[in-house]
Structure formats: C-alpha cells, structure tokens
Design a protein around this ligand. Structure first.
Ligand code: EPZ
Length: 427
C-alpha cells in the first residue's frame, strides 16, 4: 500500500489547476445509461472512484473509452443488463447512482445495498422512498435493492410530488437518483427539497442537454416532465470545488502564495467567506482562478457544515487542519454527518489540541504541529492529514493513501510542483 512522506515547512508557491468534480462526474456517468446515443464527457477526472464507476457501467452494458483529447466516449451496447454487483458496490457507495438511471431507462434495477461507512450512518431510505413515490416497487432481497416498474406500464401514472428532505437536509445522490429516473417517467414529477449542490445542477443541466424537460434547476423545487427518449450529447463537468478548497487550505496553512486555476468561484462562497474571517485573503484572478497569499497565523473561527450554499462537510476536515494552528479557539460543528471526525485522533497525534463535544470539535490552536506517522481512513480525512503534514515540523508519513486516490488526481504531483516536499512511496 502506498504512503506519502511529507517534510513539512515548505511554503507553497506557484500555480495549480483543479481537476473535474468527482461528485459531479459520478452521477453524470451513471446517467449515460439513459442515453440512446453516444455521450462525450469532458473534464472527467482520472480517479479510483471513476474507474470503479466505469467497471460498474461495463457490467451494465455501457461501453466507455478514453479519447486522445482526454474526453470519455460512452455508448450503451447491452440494455438488458440491470445488476450492479456487491464486489463493485462495496468499494464505493456512490455506485447507488446507477439505481435511478436503470429504473428510468430499463424498468428494472438490482443494486447491491451499500454497506457501512467510516464517516457515520449513510442510509438510502430517501432514495428508495423517492423512487417508490415515482411508482417503483422496491424490495431488499439477499443484500440487493431490487427495484422495478409496477406491472402494467411505465413508472407511475399521472403527476406526483416527491419530498426529498431528511433529518440532515436534502440528499445529494438521492436527488440525482430520483431526477434521473423521473426524466423518462410519463407525467409531471415535482421534486421538493431537492439538493441544490453544484454537482446536482451539473447533472440536471447534462440531462437537459440530452433532451430532458427540467425546470427549477438550482432551486429546491425541480419540475420534471417525462420525455420519451434522451439523445446523447457532449458535456464538460464542473471543476471540483472540494479539491479547490483543499488546495486553498494547503496554501494557507503553509502561508504560501498560490494561484488555483480552473475554479468556479461562485461554488466556493462559504469557504471563501470563512477564509476571509480567518484573516486569509483570497482574491479572484480573472473569471476562473483564485489567488491566496498567507503570511499571518490564521485567526480562529466558528464553522458549521450545512447543505449548499452552506459550508460543505467535504471541507470540514481540511479546514480543521488549518484551524489547529490558528491563534485561538475554534468551534467546528458537523451538521451533515455528526460522526465525521475520524481525522481528529490522527491530528491529535500530530500535536493538535482538539476536544469533541457531541457533533462539535473545539480546536485550540497551537503554534506548530509536529510530524509523525498517521493513518488515512477516508478520503477527506486523509486530505486533512496531508494539509497538516505540509505545515508540521519534521516528517509526516500518511499511510494508506489509496483513500486519497479515490478523490484527488495526482495530488502529490500538484503539491510538489508548488514546492511541497511530498513523495509517494510504494509498499
Ligand atoms: C454526497 O453523498 C457526496 N457524495 C458526499 O461526498 C458528501 O459528503 C455528501 O453528499 C454531503 O454533501 C457524492 O456526491 C458521491 P447525502 P450522499 O445523501 O449523497 C442523510 C466525499 O467525500 N440521508 O446528501 O450520500 C445522510 O445520512 C463524499 O466526496 C438520509 O438520512 O449524501 C446525511 O446526514 C463523502 N437518508 C445527509 O442526509 C438518505 O436516504 C446528506 O447525505 C440519504 C441521506
């Protein structure tokens, strides 16, 4: 298993480009199941999770091939296949994204029930209730979610309203699933409390580009009029706002001077406002780049994770790494996944002073962290350990970096090009 060896203390300097968004690319790829024609997707990041999605699509009769220009061409070759097997689904929860497209286009889906997750409980009850409200019959059998059209016709008859709000807000991939099934369902579907994340907007816009009739994109109410077929199309996936936020944290924690390119600044309003409150100014460089120049020790802040446009849970760990060297006490409250604090014990090993009280972590900033061996245990927690290692005194070894490879494209190469002393070592 690969690990990263990081010699902390180097200021990051230079320019870096963000890749396409993993969490937009996954449901968009799944939605190619719906297309009658070819789809050309641009900006798909080369990540472990995307490779898993391509394998699942292959088992579902979708052929995909990388082109010389870096785009990905997909085409349905066998629409009779409907089973997403346990062996693949168990390695990636986002495999659930094929459920809606399979049901919508092929009238049937068997998707292995996603298992446990280190970031806390991750139910799919809202996905299933939403698809049932659309007219599907759903049962769980032998570890698989089996969904099919009710006998005697297409999904649902007439118009319907589906509410997708849960105890922690709307569901992102649940919205993707219900929307992807609704676009080919006869009648009008109104989805209430739809997630408004940029990744959901990207999926909805892709579906519309293929011929879907969707109104209210970007709002909590999506109105979908079922169409008979979707043709293929060309689509460029949005830049990854979480990678952008992670790189800004890396630049800020080393008090460097970095321009982060290929960003959509409007997707980063909450993280940028937080950085400003921390005394870390980030300025726009043209339409698609952000420039951060540190210098001061970060100021402490209170932050609460919330559904978009609130502060994203996927940046909570990375910001906590920065706040662990702030000049004072910060309160970090997790409202999406109240148990998503697996990075805390590892940051503590590096000398961070963090106390947990329920869904809140109280972070008492220290002058400097100190490097040591730490263990990556999930994608964003590992990113936080890399951020912490860049600023720590001495050597930090991050074990099990396959977690980080799930969601960051060549992160060590991007950081090294900015002057970070980071190396990948095998074994
Ligand atoms: C998406 O997961 C992202 N994954 C996650 O990113 C991200 O952390 C999360 O949204 C929140 O922003 C992808 O897009 C592939 P949810 P998702 O359903 O859709 C509860 C990363 O690091 N809930 O929006 O699975 C749930 O427990 C990953 O890239 C229900 O109660 O998250 C949570 O508290 C990790 N019932 C809240 O809703 C359900 O049926 C939001 O979860 C579904 C969710």
């Amino acid at each position: 298993m690969d690990r990263f060896v990081i010699e902390g203390g180097a200021e990051l300097r230079g320019e870096v480009e963000v890749s396409g968004a993993k969490n937009a690319a996954l449901p968009i790829l799944a939605a190619t199941i719906l297309a009658d024609g070819e789809c050309r997707l641009e900006g798909i990041p080369r990540l472990r999770d995307l490779t898993t999605m391509l394998k699942i699509l292959e088992t579902l009769g979708v052929e995909a091939g990388w082109q010389d220009d870096g785009s990905l061409l997909t085409r349905v070759v066998d629409p009779s296949l409907t089973r997403a097997p346990y062996e693949l689904v168990k390695t990636m929860r986002a495999s659930i994204c094929v459920l809606g497209p399979l049901l919508g286009r092929r009238g049937r889906a068997e998707v292995s029930f996603p298992g446990g997750c280190v970031i806390g409980p991750r139910p799919v009850d809202l996905h299933l209730a939403g698809l049932e409200a659309l007219g599907a019959r759903i049962r769980v059998e032998g570890g698989y979610i089996e969904a099919e059209r009710r006998a005697g016709g297409g999904l649902g008859r007439g118009d319907r309203e589906i509410y997708l709000g849960g105890p922690f807000g709307p569901t992102v991939t649940g919205t993707a699933n219900v929307l992807s099934a609704a676009v080919l369902t006869p009648g009008t579907t109104v989805i209430q409390s739809a997630a408004c994340e940029p990744e959901v907007i990207d999926l909805a816009s892709f579906l519309r580009a293929m011929g879907a009739d969707i109104h209210g994109i970007g709002s909590p109410t999506l109105t979908v009029r079922g169409v008979e077929r979707l043709v293929g199309g060309t689509w460029r996936v949005i830049p990854d706002r979480i990678e952008a936020g992670t790189l800004l944290c890396a630049a800020a924690v080393t008090r460097g001077d970095v321009t982060v390119g290929n960003v959509e600044p409007s997707h980063l309003t909450a993280p940028l406002a937080l950085l400003a409150r921390m005394g870390i100014p980030v300025r726009r460089r043209g339409e698609r780049a952000l420039h951060v120049a540190g210098g001061e020790r970060p100021r402490p802040v209170d932050v609460v994770t919330l559904p978009y446009p609130g502060f994203p849970t996927d940046l909570q760990a990375q910001f906590m790494a920065v706040l662990s060297v702030a000049a004072g006490n910060s309160f970090v409250t997790e409202k999406i996944y109240p148990e998503r604090f697996i990075h805390v014990p590892e940051l503590q090993r590096m000398g961070a002073r963090i106390r947990k009280e329920g869904p809140t972590a109280i972070v008492e900033g220290v002058e400097r962290l100190s490097g040591c061996p730490v263990m990556a245990s999930d994608l964003r927690a590992s990113a936080a350990l890399v951020v912490a290692g860049l600023a720590a005194r001495g050597t930090t070894t991050v074990e099990r970096v396959y977690h980080i490879d799930r969601g960051y494209e060549r992160i060590e190469e991007k950081l090294a090009a900015l002057g970070a002393r980071i190396e990948r070592r095998a074994g």
